[in-house]
Design a protein around this ligand. Structure first.
Ligand SMILES: C[S@@+](CC[C@H](N)C(=O)[O-])C[C@H]1O[C@@H](n2cnc3c(N)ncnc32)[C@H](O)[C@@H]1O
Length: 233
């Protein structure tokens, strides 16, 4: 595959941890919260909500028993974890940024579901355990192919059931715009979105013993993502 020779996993994690405990925390906590937003960010909030509704519908269609345990890898402020807990699932909520985990915990307490959720500051590459399903939304978009494959292998090893996740498929026009300096207006810019080519996705599936069963493009204003469901075999 065309790997990223300069990719340094440790440095990459350090950069993400620092961003999501700093500017990234304020930025995403306001997008995922109720603050008044600019038009650009407001489309991101709405697009994210559309993605979460679709992902939740896919998860429910698995007919897992209530009390099944779901890993929310890169849980952010806990939006999906709390939704899962409110619907009777047990949840393991993991995030690289302690500020995100703390915010998740506070939100879960406010919503009366903290007892259904086990919180942990950890990474998608290192988290352990066994879960009935894994979800990972808008996290892998921050990983170039080499890191993506490695992180996906770990997530796949934690479940016999599906992984529902999002990623950014390679797109020639967006790649050009990124090269020009980012497709977000300057003041709205966030961490770089890493695009994954089809052959790199195939490699991630092959290495993890999974294959793609469902895919749905979600596009809403400035929010673009590909929602995927991968299953073993
Ligand atoms: C854009 S937010 C998405 C949050 C949440 N999944 C959602 O969709 O509401 C990305 C999150 O991934 C977390 N993250 C980034 N890299 C991570 C890693 N290697 N392991 C765990 N979490 C990570 C960030 O701290 C941040 O909370």
């Amino acid at each position: 595959m065309s790997s990223t020779p300069s990719f340094n996993a440790e440095e990459h994690q350090k950069m993400l941890r620092s961003y999501f405990n700093g500017n990234g925390f304020s930025r995403w906590a306001s997008i995922y919260g109720n603050d008044k937003l600019s038009t650009v960010r407001s489309t991101v909030r709405q697009g994210h909500a559309v993605m979460m509704d679709q992902a939740f519908a896919w998860l429910e269609s698995l007919n897992l028993p209530k009390g099944a345990t779901i890993l929310d890898a890169g849980c952010g402020t806990g939006l999906f974890s709390i939704r899962l807990a409110k619907n009777g699932y047990r949840v393991k909520s993991v995030d690289i940024a302690s500020q995100m985990v703390e915010k998740s915990r506070q939100e879960a307490e406010k919503n009366g579901v903290a007892h259904m959720i086990d919180f942990e500051v950890n990474t998608i590459e290192e988290v352990q355990g066994h879960y009935d399903a894994v979800v990972c939304f808008d996290v892998l978009i921050h990983y170039p192919a080499e890191g993506f494959v490695h992180a996906f292998e770990n997530l796949a090893s934690l479940t016999k059931s599906p992984i529902i996740f999002t990623y950014a498929p390679y797109n020639r026009i967006l790649a050009f715009q990124h090269w020009l300096g980012g497709y977000f207006p300057k003041k709205e810019r966030r961490t770089t979105i890493q695009m994954i080519r089809d052959n790199q996705m195939d490699e991630a599936m092959h290495k993890s013993g999974m294959s793609i069963k469902k895919r749905q493009k979600i596009s809403f204003g400035f929010y673009h993502t590909m929602l995927m469901q991968a299953e073993r075999g």
